[in-house]
Each structure stands twice: as structure tokens, then as C-alpha cells.
Design a protein around this ligand. Structure first.
Ligand code: PMV
Length: 319
């Protein structure tokens, strides 16, 4: 029996990825159908500070101290012990599992970090608030992949729809009417750090063009916020299509993602776009309940390796 278990959901960015790194707003929602889970088993026989990591999904079983100093698990324990002002945590085994696809734009790294921080801080008798968990997860993300906006750790730690601007307090986004999203996985893995880094280089060579594209994306986010908060949800579709076109202009889409986006629209989706860093990973499609099966089938036929259906509820909960 684990002493403590904690979980964190996956996420998708509805609007505003990439532009959010350059201070434009973005909207993200949790996806509870997939989650990361961390369980702590106290180890009474080993001396304090001994931590054994068991993460079968990624084929990892190791003492924490034997991992590379830059490994996200080491960084996570480091930021936590610094925050708690504890030199050595009591010895424990940490079992990590996740159903969130890795490197696929669904916040898998942030969710694993958040679940671990929650479980370990509770085990240490110092359970932290969502705010603190999110801040610590952001520290890990920064060390691990460069210039994250902070949207992933925030939506995953608070597990509710958010309106987010980098460096500002986020807003929980009330949802007026329920609506459904299909999330289609291209099966292609893509490194967020690489895509963000590549975009930064291109942006530095043509500031005006990229700042204009980021600004246009930011304007879409401001417009798309209204139908989420006040309805009608169907109005989100065209904004998703326009956001996807701008992501294509940023050259972060791919043939596989464009194929899934077109297939979803042809099968009756009201709008579709890639989500997350792009070049691979997932796309999302806005669907009315009558078209869910049809659009899901079209996504598989167009090469999706997995399709998840998630529904936003007015309470902010997804089912
Ligand atoms: O691919 P993901 O799930 O890590 O999302 C990245 C979102 C970006 O806007 C591209 C980067 C960021 O830090 O916001």
C-alpha cells in the first residue's frame, strides 16, 4: 500500500500556443481522460535521502542519485527540498505511471512533475497549495526546456480551464455551455524545446513578421474567450480554424497534423487545429454530439493512432 498517491491530468491548449511564449494570451483546458500518477512507498530500512524511482512506462528503475543531474526527476526533488528547506527527505520509493502520451502536446512532463511534487510534499508532511505546486513545476520546466510560458504547469496543477498570460496571475475560465472535443494523436513525437527553439531563431531573424503573427493569434484568443464564457460554443469553430492557419504560417504544423485537421473538418467538425508545440503530437476538433463517431472514424482513417473524446462542462469539469 502506498503511503501517498497523487494524480494530475493531461491538457490541451485550445488557443494561443507559441504566441503565449511571447506574452500573448492563451486558453488551455485539462484532459482528465489521461493522467499521471505518483505513489510513495516509505522505505524504513534505508537512510534518509535514499530515493528509488520506478517508472515502468519509460523503462526507468534507478536510485535518484544515479540519474543525470539534469534529469527532470532530480530537478523536481531538488526544487522541492529547497522549497521545504529539508536537507534529506525520509527514504522512499516513488512509483510513477502515466497514460498521457509523451512529447505529444498534452502536458505529460508537467503532469508527472505536478503529481510527484504533490505526493512527495504530502509524504514529507508539508502538502503544498496548487499555487506552490505550479510554481515549483514551472522551475523544473524552465531548467528542462528553456523558455516555457508556464501555461502547462498552471492548467495541470489547477485542473480547470484557464485564460493565461505569461507572468500574470491566470484566470479560471467559466464555461457557459458544455461542448465536446476530439483529440487526435498523429503518432509523431515532437520535442517542445526543439520546436520552440527553432521558432525563436526564425522569429529573431524577422521580428516584424513573427510579432504580427503572434499578435493575430492573441486577438483570436481574446475573441474565442467570449463563446466559452457566454456561448454559443459553436462560434469557437471558425476561431480554431483561423488559429490553425496562423500556426501553419509559423511553420509549426506538419503534413500529418494538416491531414488530421482536414479530415476532421470534412467529417463534420465545426473547427480544428493542432494543439501544443506542433510538428507532431495532437490536434483537436470541435464536434457536436451527433458527429463524434463520424469525426473519430475519419481521424483514424487519416492516420490518427489514438482519439480521445473529452467534454467541457459548465462547472469546468471534463467527463
Ligand atoms: O507541447 P506542449 O504541450 O509542451 O505545449 C507547448 C506550448 C507552447 O506554447 C508551444 C510552449 C509554451 O511554453 O507555452
Amino acid at each position: 500500500m502506498p503511503a501517498f498517491t497523487a494524480a494530475a491530468p493531461g491538457k490541451v491548449i485550445l488557443f494561443g500556443e507559441h504566441a503565449v511564449v511571447y506574452d500573448q494570451p492563451a486558453i488551455a483546458v485539462p484532459v482528465h481522460q489521461v493522467q499521471a500518477r505518483a505513489s510513495i512507498f516509505a522505505d524504513l530500512r534505508s537512510k534518509p535521502g535514499e530515493i528509488l524511482i520506478h517508472a515502468p512506462d519509460i523503462g526507468l528503475e534507478s536510485r535518484l542519485d544515479d540519474l543525470d543531474p539534469q534529469h527532470p526527476f532530480r530537478l523536481m526533488v531538488e526544487v522541492l527540498t529547497r522549497r521545504l528547506k529539508i536537507a534529506h527527505l525520509p527514504a522512499f520509493q516513488l512509483k510513477i505511471s502515466s497514460t498521457i502520451p509523451i512529447a505529444a502536446g498534452m502536458g505529460s512532463g508537467a503532469a508527472v512533475t505536478v503529481a510527484c511534487l504533490r505526493a512527495i510534499s504530502a509524504f514529507a508532511g508539508r502538502a503544498l497549495s496548487n499555487d506552490e505546486i505550479s510554481m515549483l513545476a514551472y522551475e523544473v520546466e524552465k531548467k528542462y526546456h528553456g523558455t516555457p510560458s508556464g501555461i502547462d504547469n498552471t492548467v495541470v496543477a489547477f485542473a480547470c480551464p484557464i485564460f493565461f498570460i505569461r507572468g500574470q496571475p491566470f484566470e479560471m475560465l467559466p464555461v457557459a455551455e458544455p461542448f465536446s472535443l476530439l483529440i487526435g494523436d498523429s503518432g509523431v513525437r515532437s520535442s517542445t524545446a526543439e520546436v520552440v527553439g527553432d521558432l525563436r531563431q526564425r522569429r529573431n531573424q524577422d521580428l516584424d513578421r513573427y510579432e504580427d503573427l503572434f499578435h493575430q493569434i492573441g486577438q483570436i484568443v481574446l475573441q474565442a474567450r467570449k463563446p466559452i464564457e457566454h456561448g454559443p460554443w459553436q462560434a469557437l469553430g471558425p476561431w480554431m480554424d483561423q488559429n490553425h492557419e496562423l500556426l501553419r504560417a509559423l511553420d509549426v504544423s506538419s503534413e500529418a497534423l494538416d491531414r488530421l485537421v482536414s479530415a476532421a473538418r470534412q467529417a463534420g467538425a465545426l473547427g480544428a487545429k493542432l494543439c501544443g508545440a506542433g510538428r507532431g503530437g495532437n490536434m483537436i476538433a470541435l464536434v457536436d454530439t451527433d458527429h463524434i463517431d463520424q469525426v473519430a472514424r475519419a481521424l483514424y482513417a487519416a492516420g490518427a493512432v489514438r482519439v480521445i473524446c473529452t467534454r467541457l462542462q459548465p462547472s469546468g469539469k471534463l467527463e
